[in-house]
Design a protein around this ligand. Structure first.
Ligand code: GLU
Length: 446
């Protein structure tokens, strides 16, 4: 049976590295198994969800290379959730409660003070129709809780191994708020049943939810999917990322010039037994994906490591994969140019600087004490330049001037490129050509 998985973001904010990792694990697993990856937009919270966030999420997923076979919005399915809620009511598994949040807070405080777990006391379950009518006459509207069995729910988690949740230690979860709106818990199960989801893959902050949701699957007569709960991401300091996630959103990383494959390479590997390495395609990441490689310790996300992976990725990227973007950036130079400079880039945009060095009129940098030496070098640069020119020319210069090592090579590099470091000069020189090289050596904008 081919797996069917879903990524279910709430469009109440931007995609960040935390939820992208969840998306990626789902996507890689589906691709590895030849299954389906569905995008579900969890927009039951109509007050906080926006179309702009939804569009942004879709744009980011596409940019990252995670395509989906179908997508749907929970906000289109309220009638279906109403039917499911009615079924639960009829089965006596969804009951009305009338406490205000202040009253519930107070109850929890009292229980804690008594050293007891702050579990809801199920007052709602024992209300008679008269009690309810009286409460409603006071202006109260009910919220609705799912009646947990009080038994232990167990599953074999694909990351965490055997999990047991004692539902007697949990409050019956609220499925419908006082204003009639749905919390995520019930719609998620209804949708997972309707979409025949085979595997629910999400962050470990949902482990307790899973205990309750398994009972809702059973109550609605659905097949319970397999579960995988991945450890959360932490920063390089070991602390949670929640406060920094805003700056780790996909649009921010994109604006910084981070490549989508660098993000996917890093997020696919951190917290696993594989080394963190840049991969040139999603297909390689798919090939290497296995749940058995995901550890239980939090996965460390380090922006410095992301920058390194980004650079390493570019150093190996074939020209065909960047040609269009180089053209869009207005970077002059074709494949030869790319193969020459790519090992010197941290970001793709850095190629523009190298393109100026090689193809635009630009004065070199010549220190006063090197002016005569550079003029001599210009004089000795004759004829057509090819890859052997640099070696022969600098040997002749060494002979003629007595300079060697750094004092021989660095002034030439600075005069010709204006930079201390860069691609090998025997390859840069032919791209510059005789005239441009001579002009720069004489301190002119060549
Ligand atoms: N919208 C939920 C969230 O973002 C989905 C959780 C799930 O995958 O079930 O937390």
């Amino acid at each position: 049976m081919k797996p069917i998985v879903r990524f279910a973001p709430s469009p109440t904010g931007k995609l960040h590295v935390g939820n992208v990792r969840t998306a990626l694990v789902n996507w890689l697993f589906a691709a590895r198994e030849g299954g389906e990856f569905i995008l579900r937009i969890d927009d039951t919270d109509t007050g906080r969800s926006t179309k702009a966030y939804e569009d942004g999420i879709k744009e980011d997923l596409s940019w990252l290379g995670m395509n989906w076979s179908s997508s749907f919005n929970q906000s289109d399915r309220f009638d279906i959730y109403d039917d499911a809620a009615n079924n639960l009511r009829e089965a006596g598994l969804l009951y009305a409660c009338y406490e205000t949040s202040e009253e519930l807070d107070r109850q929890r405080k009292i229980l804690r003070a008594q050293g007891k777990p702050p579990v809801y006391d199920r007052t709602g379950l024992s209300l008679t129709p008269e009690d309810k009518a009286k409460l409603e006459a006071e202006g109260r509207t009910p919220h609705w809780r799912f009646k947990l069995s009080g038994k232990t729910t167990s599953w074999d988690d694909m990351v965490r191994g055997t999990q047991n949740i004692d539902t007697s230690s949990l409050s019956d979860p609220v499925l419908i708020r006082g204003d009639g709106s749905y919390l995520y818990t019930l719609p998620s199960v209804v949708d997972d049943i309707d979409a025949n989801i085979t595997h629910i893959i999400r962050g470990e902050d949902h482990v307790t939810n899973s205990g309750a949701q398994i009972e809702i699957f059973e109550a609605l007569g659905g097949a319970v999917p397999k579960f995988a709960h991945t450890p959360l991401l932490v920063g390089s300091d070991g602390k949670g990322l929640s406060k920094r996630l805003g700056s780790l959103s996909m649009d921010q990383l994109r604006a910084q010039g981070i490549e989508p494959l660098a993000i996917c390479s890093l997020l696919a590997k951190i917290g696993t037994s594989d080394p963190v390495e840049a991969r040139q395609s999603m297909a390689e990441l798919v090939e290497e994906f296995a749940f058995s490689k995901i550890g239980r310790a939090p996965a460390r996300f380090d922006e410095k490591e992301l920058a390194l992976v980004n650079a390493r990725l570019l150093h190996e990227t074939p020209y065909a994969d960047v040609k269009d973007r180089l053209d869009a950036l207005g970077v002059a130079g074709g494949e030869d140019f790319w193969l020459l400079v790519r090992a010197n880039l941290d970001k793709l945009g850095d190629a523009a600087g190298w393109s100026t060095v090689i193809y635009a009129p630009m004065p070199g940098q010549i220190a006063n004490e090197d002016a005569d030496f550079c003029a001599k070098a210009a004089e000795m640069l004759t004829g057509n330049i090819d890859e052997n020119t640099w070696g022969a020319w600098t040997s002749a210069l060494k002979e003629a001037t007595g300079r060697k090592g750094k004092t021989l090579f660095l002034p030439l590099r600075m005069a010709l490129t204006g930079r201390q470091r860069g691609p090998s000069m025997d390859q840069i020189l032919p791209l510059l050509g005789t005239e441009r090289a001579k002009a720069r050596l004489m301190g002119k904008a060549g």
